[in-house]
Design a protein around this ligand. Structure first.
Ligand SMILES: [Zn+2]
Ligand SMILES: [Zn+2]
Length: 165
């Protein structure tokens, strides 16, 4: 019997700093060093068509975070980049994934200087998201997430607005 580790409630939050995740095959490890991952809402759910494809799901759980807080170990050299030009802004998004198991790892966009967008499905516990982007594109059956800011299309209404992630 495999060990089932998918229940976030079984993980003691005090043991999640740093927060460590891996891709499905274990070739890629990602470590986040940030003491506030579980003390306040972090990250966002994105309903854009591209995030849905990458996630293979109705929504993607993303975290925009400073590059220096993230360590990515690519043990077998399987991290590959797909340059995605089919974005709302036309600005390319670098979508990184494990080329062995297909697990999405991170996205890199020009508008987020010094930051990466981590694909949070890799981690044993996903911090409570603060917002939903492309909220207008939600499926009707999805239900509501209480306490999450809703951004109609883009995540931020300010200078970051040119890149759906
Ligand atoms: Zn992998
Ligand atoms: Zn998106």
């Amino acid at each position: 019997m495999p060990e089932f580790t998918g229940d976030p409630k079984r993980h003691d939050k005090t043991s999640l700093n740093p927060l460590k995740g891996s891709c499905l095959c274990g070739s890629i490890n990602v470590t986040i060093n940030d003491t506030e991952l579980f003390t306040k809402r972090r990250g966002h759910l994105c309903h854009c068509a591209n995030c849905r494809k990458v996630a293979g799901s109705y929504v993607a759980a993303n975290l925009v975070i400073e590059e220096e807080k993230v360590k990515i170990e690519d043990h077998n050299g399987t991290l590959k980049e797909y340059k995605d030009y089919e974005t709302g802004s036309g600005n390319p998004v670098g979508r990184f994934f494990c080329s062995t198991c297909g697990n999405p790892v991170k996205s890199v966009v020009g508008a987020y200087k010094g930051k990466v967008i981590l694909k949070m499905g890799m981690f044993p516990v996903i911090p409570t998201p603060e917002a939903e982007s492309f909220a207008d594109h939600k499926h009707e059956w999805q239900g509501k997430h209480e306490g999450m800011a809703q951004y109609k299309i883009k995540l931020f209404a300010d200078k970051h607005a040119d890149s759906p992630v």
